[in-house]
Design a protein around this ligand. Structure first.
Ligand code: SAH
Length: 291
């Protein structure tokens, strides 16, 4: 009789392709003021955009240094509004519940969810530097027992099956194959769990991806999916949409304001505004139940 050799499962491999290594390099090197200066205000680091009406009076501030500070604070308020909007759709959650933050950046979204619900959070990023940064932030807040960040691949997290009450992607779906990503969310979520995505997607009814969408892809080394693909991949992965909201209009004030923040611009501002306004690109929130 032969016995099967003892197989030990390998540690999760964070990057699985040349493309993913490039994405990790990008985020390991990323130090844009628009990401760091905004986060410094209250140690909530978000790497997504913002929604809602802007207070454009900050532009009239006569003192240049104060104008910059007020602009930075207003953009941070708008990105925080987006994090809150997403967190609202995860609940209700109890402190014993666990949530999964896929493509967590420097960690702001998990902190927001924890502060809102008292829940446990696990964030996953392909950037080792981001995971270290986010863990240090959680330790400084004294919440590292409840909020943890992992340098892992969100397509293959190694986290336990069915252990999560809610999960989300806030502007991180464009880095991966949707089918693989949603299969991993479905594996992690318990039955009746909630998945929320906020993302830019290209508008199928416009046609193929526009020039602006291609420019955004090149800028971030990403691959923006068409709107339809989200619904197709959800249907195939036992995720049933319960709430779909077009956030395109709500996203414009952030970009109009950011465009005028000389100390924060990255050069992609006009491209976003053109893409949103010509109808080729849409900002979207989809909340779904895992059945
Ligand atoms: N959700 C965060 C960050 C968005 S930026 C926020 O709202 O602030 C995109 C993030 O996706 C980065 O943190 C990047 O490291 C992560 N990412 C990209 N591909 C990934 C992958 N395959 N696995 C895990 N994280 C990934």
């Amino acid at each position: 009789m032969t016995t099967a050799p003892h197989v030990t499962s390998a540690a999760p491999v964070p990057t699985q392709s040349t493309y993913q290594s490039r994405v990790a390099e990008y985020w390991n090197a990323e130090e844009n003021p628009v990401n760091l200066e905004l986060g410094k205000i209250d140690d909530l680091y978000h790497h997504h955009y913002g929604i809602g009406p802007a207070d454009n009076s900050v532009l009239d501030e006569p003192d240049p240094a104060r104008r910059n500070d007020r602009l930075t604070a207003e953009l941070h308020r708008l990105e925080h509004a987006q994090a809150n909007f997403l967190a609202d759709r995860l609940g209700p959650l109890a402190p014993t519940d666990r949530v999964f933050d896929a493509g967590c950046g420097r960690g702001g979204g998990s902190v927001v969810a924890h502060l809102r619900y008292g829940c446990q959070a696990d964030g996953v990023t392909i950037s080792a530097k981001q995971a270290d940064f986010a863990n240090a932030q959680a330790a400084e807040r004294g919440i590292d027992g409840q909020v943890r960040y992992h340098h892992r691949n969100m397509l293959d997290t190694g986290l336990p099956t069915g252990a999560f009450a809610a999960s989300w992607n806030n502007e991180s779906t464009m880095y991966v194959e949707l089918e693989l990503l949603l299969a991993e969310h479905t594996r992690l979520l318990r039955r009746g769990g909630r998945y929320v995505v906020i993302t830019g997607c290209y508008n199928d009814s416009y046609g193929q991806a526009s020039r602006e969408v291609s420019l955004i892809n090149a800028h971030y080394i990403c691959d923006i999916h068409p709107r339809s693909e989200y619904f197709r991949a959800m249907a195939r992965n036992r995720l049933v949409p319960v709430h779909v909201e077009d956030l395109t209009e709500a996203a414009l004030p952030y970009w109009e304001l950011r465009k005028q923040a000389d100390h924060l611009v990255t050069g992609i501002e006009d491209t976003f505004l053109t893409a949103y306004k010509n109808g080729s690109f849409q900002y979207r929130m989809i909340a779904a139940d895992r059945v």
